[in-house]
Design a binder for this molecule. Sequence first.
Ligand code: SF4
Length: 235
Amino acid sequence: MHQLHQLKIVMKIDKQFEDIFRGKLYQVFMYLIDRCNLSCEQCLYKPNLAFQLHRKEIPYNEAKELLQKFYDLGASKVTFMGGEPTLYKELPQLINDAKEMGYSYVRMDTNGIFPKEFLDDKNVRKIDEITFSLDGYDEKTNSIRGVGVFKKCTESIKKAVKLGYMVQITCCIHKGLTKKYREKLGVSQDKLSKLAGVTLHTLTKIETGATSDPRIETLKKIAKGLSVSVDDLIK
Ligand code: SF4
């Protein structure tokens, strides 16, 4: 365990990767930091013991260097991610770097939990899009992200919209959403399974949260079985 902390991680682009992608790279997703200020039920990081023991992030100079290399390989679009990327101290600087390098589209994925002033930063203002993670339409349906998160995140979204940012929302489908329509229509799981042509096992896994990211084809079938649109199902 002690040795794990002493490991030096160096971020480099593999030569083979360069050879394969030179001139063909279109966009990159940069995971800058593993740290996060939330503890969502569906988080992929939680089972990862290394995340708990050895919280890591890409040193700024290496991140900037990688960004330049990706640009030289052809990338024109970059998404900054984490963990929670706003915890990465140099994120505003990196957004500015990306725009100065020539990236035509710079975006980030965030849980929306950051200080109010973050959106006022002159470098952050240069970003082309902010995608907020929100998994419900109120405090209750968003509770898989934690208590009070809905209010804080929607406050950030409102401010971003007011300041003129391009805002998108990304949402995990979970039991609170699918189950809502089925119960509203008084349809049993068994009946919906037959109406939608989705196995009872799959439906049960979605509604219990065992499957948090069902395929879009499955969602289309469920939406059709309930006579609602996929948008209705997830909003
Ligand atoms: S915001 Fe994202 S990284 Fe953070 S705990 Fe939630 S799912 Fe995990």
